[in-house]
Write a protein that binds this ligand. Structure first.
Ligand SMILES: O=C(CO)[C@@H](O)[C@H](O)COP(=O)(O)O
Ligand SMILES: [Co+2]
Length: 221
C-alpha cells in the first residue's frame, strides 16, 4: 500500500469541520479522535457528528476511539460511515472478538497501544488486525511532543509483522511532523497521523504532500 498520511482534525476548527476536511484533499484518510472524558481526560465527539462528517467528504474516515468499553461502542462508528476503526487494547475486554466484529461489518479493524503498553503480549493478535497503532504521545491531546522512547516498539512491531507474514498496516500517532516523520518511517511505520503539523500550516494540503515526500524518501534511501 505504501506510505499513507492521515491528518487528525483534533486541531482543526470544530465550528467548520466540513471546510477543514476539504482543505486536506490529498490525504489518504481523515483521522477522527473520539474521546469520552473517561479513557482520556478530554471530550470530543460521538457517532452523530462522525456520521455528519462522513457525509461531508469522499475521503474515508479513520476513527481512533479513546473510549471506555469499545466492545459495546465501536460498531456505532462503522455504522456512522468509518472505513477503519481503532480501539485501545487497554480498554477492550475481548479484542479478538471486537476485531472480528468490526471486520464482519465491513470496516478495517485496528488496535492501539499507549506508549507504555508493549506489543509482545499481543503478537498473536496481529493476523486479526488490519492495522496496529503505536501511540507516540500519551493519548488525550494534540500538539504534544513526540516520544522517541516509542521508536524501538515500532521497530519490534514491524519485525513481528514480518515474522507472521501479515499485511497489517503500522500507524503512528502523536507529535508526527517534518522533524519526526523520517524516524518513524525508518523504524517501519507506514501510516502517519499528523494533527497540529497539518492544521498549523498555512497550506494544510501542501503539508500533507511534504510529510508524504519525507516519509517516502526515508524508506527509499
Ligand atoms: O490521538 C491523538 C491524541 O490523543 C492524536 O491523533 C493527536 O490528535 C495528533 O495530534 P498531533 O500530536 O499530531 O498534534
Ligand atoms: Co489519534
Amino acid at each position: 500500500m505504501g506510505i499513507q498520511i492521515t491528518p487528525s482534525i483534533l486541531n482543526a476548527d470544530f465550528a467548520n469541520l466540513g471546510e477543514e476536511v476539504a482543505r486536506i484533499g490529498s490525504a489518504d484518510w481523515v483521522h477522527v479522535d473520539v474521546m469520552d472524558n473517561h479513557f482520556v481526560p478530554n471530550l470530543t465527539f460521538g457517532p452523530t457528528m462522525v456520521e455528519a462528517l462522513a457525509r461531508s467528504t469522499q475521503t474515508p474516515l479513520d476513527a481512533h476511539l479513546m473510549i471506555e468499553d469499545p466492545d459495546h461502542n465501536a460498531l456505532a462508528y462503522v455504522e456512522a460511515g468509518c472505513g477503519s476503526v481503532t480501539f485501545h487494547v487497554e480498554a477492550a475486554q475481548a479484542p479478538v472478538r471486537l476485531a472480528r466484529e468490526l471486520r464482519s461489518h465491513g470496516a478495517r479493524a485496528s488496535m492501539a497501544l499507549k506508549p507504555a503498553t508493549p506489543i509482545e503480549p499481543y503478537e498473536d493478535l496481529l493476523p486479526e488486525l488490519d492495522m496496529l497503532l503505536v501511540m507516540t504521545v500519551e493519548p488525550g491531546f494534540g500538539g504534544q511532543k513526540f516520544l522517541d522512547l516509542c521508536l524501538p516498539k515500532i521497530r519490534r512491531a514491524r519485525a513481528l509483522m514480518d515474522k507472521h507474514g501479515v499485511e497489517t498496516w503500522l500507524q503512528v500517532d502523536g507529535g508526527v511532523s517534518l522533524e519526526t516523520i523520517e524516524r518513524c518511517a525508518e523504524a517501519g511505520a507506514d501510516v502517519f497521523v499528523a494533527g497540529s503539523a497539518v492544521y498549523s500550516a498555512d497550506d494544510p494540503d501542501a503539508m500533507v504532500a511534504e510529510l508524504r515526500a519525507k516519509a517516502e524518501a526515508a524508506v527509499t534511501a
